[in-house]
Design a protein around this ligand. Structure first.
Ligand SMILES: [Fe+2]
Length: 276
């Protein structure tokens, strides 16, 4: 199975920019790249911060942009999003019994659990008792199926102090619910960090990538202020097999020279089959 991971699109109202960048243009470019190279993907998931200010016009612009994507897409919420306006803009979005944007998606590779860690008024992650109960129930109901979690906030601290300060508030309770099922969870995809990060938690592999808009600079001395950067945007391609999961990070706007080892110009190079 081929899965595309996009995160933190941070859409603003049409005509506005964010940190000097146009989030719509950046996602449109990612979509064009995905359509050209990965239209065979089974699914794309955007792990939250769909918008920056939660404005209705931003959600509508996102919906319009995603109309061009030739891969089915699922959306989850981040701390910058407005749940009510999201639901109004995407009325077909699947909700749990309490109205949170949480969904179970069955695929050829296993079951995806899409989680909602949004709480209006805070940038930290919030996973209340109702959402914990939903997750507990779904983990139980999944039996022996291989599982994949998608969530905006990472499940543990990442040793990046300003980001850890706006991490998952109920991390201990979350761990209590997940730990008995950790052996079934093959990967956790998260957002929020605007940097490439990979590792494991409870022996569960996990990864995130840069935003399609603005980035967080790697500075382990930062304390209360998030250091920003203009590093390039990225999306990821996860290739999920029975005995491996490989996640490729792709800087899709990279304009550096491409070449084939041996001196042929990359733009002149063709696979032998294509040349026939
Ligand atoms: Fe974000």
């Amino acid at each position: 199975m081929k899965l595309i991971h996009i995160t933190d699109t941070h859409f603003v109202k049409p005509g506005e920019t964010l940190l000097g960048l146009d989030p719509r243009a950046r996602l449109d470019a990612a979509i064009a790249d995905i359509n050209a190279q990965h239209s065979d993907a089974d699914l794309a998931v955007i792990t939250g911060d769909l918008t920056h200010w939660g404005h209705r016009e931003a959600f509508e612009a996102l919906k319009d942009s995603l109309g061009a994507l030739r891969v089915p897409v699922k959306l989850i919420l981040g701390n910058h999003d407005d749940r009510l306006l999201f639901k109004q803009t995407f009325p077909d979005a699947v909700l749990d019994e309490n109205g949170f944007v949480q969904e179970v998606v069955d695929t050829s590779a296993g079951r995806l659990l899409l989680l909602d860690t949004n709480l209006e008024g805070t940038h930290a992650g919030w996973y209340c008792d109702a959402r914990l109960a939903w997750l507990d129930k779904e983990l139980d109901r999944s039996g022996d199926l291989p599982l994949f979690l998608f969530m905006h906030h990472p499940p543990c601290k990442l040793h990046l102090e300003p980001m850890d300060q706006i991490g998952l508030i109920q991390a201990d309770a979350f761990r209590e619910v997940v730990e008995p099922h950790a052996h079934k969870i093959r990967h956790i995809f998260f957002g929020h960090i605007h940097r490439p990060v990979a590792g494991s938690w409870l022996d569960i592999p996990m990864s995130t990538i840069r935003s399609t808009n603005h980035q967080v600079w790697l500075d382990f001395t930062a304390r209360d202020t998030i250091p920003g950067s203009s590093e390039p945007p990225a999306y990821a391609i996860a290739l999920i097999g029975e005995d491996s999961i490989v996640v490729h990070f792709h800087d899709y706007l990279d304009a550096s020279e491409k070449y084939v080892m041996g001196g042929v110009k990359y733009s002149d190079w063709q696979e032998p089959d294509a040349a026939e």
